[in-house]
Design a protein around this ligand. Structure first.
Ligand SMILES: [Mg+2]
Length: 252
């Protein structure tokens, strides 16, 4: 059960990397806490990671013991971007990204082509000079520049690895254009998509410049968990409403 000061929230919007797992390693306290609250509050996982389809995120969460989760409990920057692209009526995209982004777009009947109305950029471990060239060609012709997220790095057991922001920056440098939309946190839109139907959501994340700033922009309260990227708050920056060492502190 949630501790008293968290009981006014009807929906937890929980980040994954740095909160539920770090790279391949599950964070046991978080799994225990989420299993303990699942019947008293709605939980949606919201991740800037665009590489996996939501079905793969479900499988991974079930594998580590969060076995009540379904695809409707997941929002990724790829699923949110695909939803936005589809609602804007954009039919053709050139994708720089991995299976997660490709499948989310295809499921919404977006055609993937090298001549496109929008260039969609997410993290891509197969990023190449050719891909920058094709993106540039489309952007110079006026295609929209849409990005999943701008995280420069993400945490793994081996330390920080380059994130989607590194690919977005390369394309921005070549084209002289900044993205028209970066849907991932701190964009409040992804949190609003995830919070649909709830009246008082609480954002939980490990990164001040994405999770906490996004929550502030969306007008939502937030919890900073110190299991991931942010280890102290001595610098200036967006302030969370709560700071906890681990998600266990949400519990009675
Ligand atoms: Mg995180």
């Amino acid at each position: 059960m949630l501790r008293e000061n968290f009981r006014k929230y009807d929906h937890l919007l929980v980040d994954l990397d740095g909160v539920v797992w770090i790279g391949e390693k599950p964070i046991e306290d978080a799994i225990h806490a989420l299993n303990a609250v699942k019947d008293s509050v709605r939980v949606t996982f919201v991740t800037n990671n665009s590489t996996r389809h939501r079905n793969d995120v479900v499988k991974r969460l079930r594998d580590i013991g969060i076995n009540w989760v379904t695809v409707d409990d997941i929002v990724t920057s790829a699923s949110a971007l695909a939803e936005l692209i589809s609602s804007l009526g954009i039919r053709k995209c050139y994708v720089i990204g991995e299976a997660g982004l490709v499948q989310e777009l295809q499921e919404r009947s977006v055609e993937l082509d090298e001549e496109a109305d929008a260039v969609c950029v997410g993290m891509d471990r197969g990023f190449t000079y050719d891909k920058i060239s094709i993106a540039l060609r489309n952007l110079l012709k006026g295609a929209l520049f849409m990005a999943t997220n701008s995280d420069s790095t993400f945490p793994t057991e081996e330390g920080l690895m380059p994130g989607a922001g590194a690919m977005v920056a390369a394309i921005a440098a070549a084209s002289g254009r900044e993205p028209d939309v970066i849907i991932g946190k701190p964009n409040p839109l992804i949190l609003m998509i995830a919070a649909r139907g709830s009246s008082n959501p609480l954002v939980i994340g490990d990164r001040v410049e994405t999770d906490i700033l996004g929550a502030i922009r969306a007008g939502m309260d937030s919890v900073l968990v110190l299991t991931g990227v942010t280890k102290d708050l001595r610098g200036v920056g967006p302030r969370p409403k709560f700071i906890v060492e681990s998600l266990k502190e949400l519990l009675l």
